[in-house]
Design a protein around this ligand. Sequence first.
Ligand code: HEC
Length: 142
Amino acid sequence: MKQIFLMIAALLPAMALASEDTRQFVKMSPEARAELRIEMLDFQTSLHLIIGALSEQKFAEAADIAEKQMGISAMGRHRTAPANARPGMFMPNEMHAIARGMHVSASDFAKTAKGGDTAKALTTLQAVTGACVTCHRSYRTQ
Ligand code: HEC
């Protein structure tokens, strides 16, 4: 959590130069990018549903969505795809580490959310959104 926050803080100076794109370009096959986009849209929907569940204090539901859709349980969904359609094959190590960190954070959130404390749950959820932000602000595919 702290680590992700520090990574984002380190990226803040880049925000001042909005017109200059300093993100690292990662070349991916069109197939891998298409797979990635489907996964990303699912993450965004899951996040939306998790926040909704939290706002209604449905902690078990929030935990369930997080673990199944974004957590460690959701890792390796491209495993059976042809190699050129697996986004992970194209990711530099650090980018891949952010991706793995996101899955681990989502599982952490799921465990914490089950405890029924909204503030604690939100703190761990921010580690998840932190991974989205860190990856998007560090890498581009076009
Ligand atoms: C490891 C890096 C990484 C992480 C972590 C990550 N993303 Fe992405 N995301 C990408 C890349 C790369 C693209 C661009 C894919 C492309 O079009 O080539 C993208 C694209 C997207 C898009 C646009 C999809 C479209 O239709 O074009 C959404 C929405 C998105 N991400 C949401 C999220 C959310 C929400 C999270 C966190 C829960 C997240 N992403 C975490 C790398 C990441």
